[in-house]
Design a protein around this ligand. Structure first.
Ligand SMILES: C[S@@+](CC[C@H](N)C(=O)[O-])C[C@H]1O[C@@H](n2cnc3c(N)ncnc32)[C@H](O)[C@@H]1O
Length: 254
């Protein structure tokens, strides 16, 4: 079966998500950042299955996790620290108003917001959710590094062990590159049945300058842009564009 709507709405995809996303240097980066900023209240846009949301909640941060995919939130609600988090089904507009110290958007969730209008609305809602001087941090893959060229079955094939579903063979196949929109298939073949659950994903690879412009329009000042999780500078080969921006003083733009 092939689905091209939000793939994370599918409970089978949500159940497999944590197999491939167990937390790594990106989790460490955001945990350290929240501590350095002494962020008490943190909003997590596109929180998904809540690995980082719950990690931060367990460290004492007051967390609000929003995600449009109910299936992902169902997994999140099963985590041990889930009761410490306010979970909301929806997008950034559900975050609330002007009291967050930090808003994060992780796991390349920013690239799931394809349209310019939706992206502008996401940033505007984030600005409204933050207190003046509060921070926004998120990452988007660096288009200059052309990471999608590695999304071939040969380079991505791996076998993962799901505690209940058994062995799952996963691989990716690039379908099309249309400007800065990249479409691909993600395959999940269950070894027990041979069934292949395939979803079509689409990601927007925005250029650094475009993201910086959209942040300025929404009332943010960019403080830092890192090229990797070790806080290295951006160059044409760095895999990530990791933004740290601060909400300008004064009222958010309307
Ligand atoms: C790759 S997952 C990342 C999940 C989590 N942040 C992490 O780091 O593992 C992307 C998430 O973004 C969510 N998403 C898609 N469109 C969104 C939107 N417009 N606003 C907020 N979240 C969105 C999806 O439902 C999905 O859960």
């Amino acid at each position: 079966m092939v689905s091209s709507t939000n793939p994370y709405d599918d409970p089978r995809i949500a159940a497999l998500y944590d197999l491939e996303n167990r937390g790594g240097p990106d989790t460490r980066f955001y945990v350290d950042l929240a501590a350095e900023l002494a962020a008490a209240k943190v909003g997590d846009i596109g929180c998904g299955t809540g690995l980082l949301t719950c990690e931060l909640a367990g460290r004492g941060n007051a967390m609000v996790g929003v995600d449009p995919a109910g299936a992902m939130l169902d997994v999140a609600r099963g985590r041990p620290e889930a009761h410490l988090v306010t979970w909301i089904q929806g997008d950034a507009s559900r975050l609330g108003a002007e009291d967050a110290d930090l808003v994060i958007m992780t796991g390349h969730a920013a690239q799931e917001v394809h349209g310019d209008e939706g992206w502008a609305a996401t940033l505007a809602a984030t600005r409204r959710a933050l207190r003046p001087g509060g921070h926004l941090a998120f990452e988007s893959r660096n288009p200059q590094a052309r990471g999608w060229e590695d999304w071939t079955p040969e380079r991505t094939r791996a076998r993962l062990e799901h505690p209940e579903l058994g062995a799952v063979d996963i691989w990716y196949r690039l379908l099309a590159v249309d400007g800065d929109l990249v479409r691909f298939e993600a395959h999940n073949r269950f070894a027990s049945s041979g069934k292949d659950l395939t979803v079509v994903g689409e990601l927007r690879f925005r250029a650094q300058a475009d993201i910086e412009r959209s942040l300025a329009t929404a009332g943010f000042t960019v403080q830092r842009v890192f090229g990797d999780w070790e806080r290295g500078p951006v160059n044409s080969r760095s895999p990530e564009l990791i933004f740290l921006a601060v909400a300008s003083e004064g009222s958010p733009p309307t």
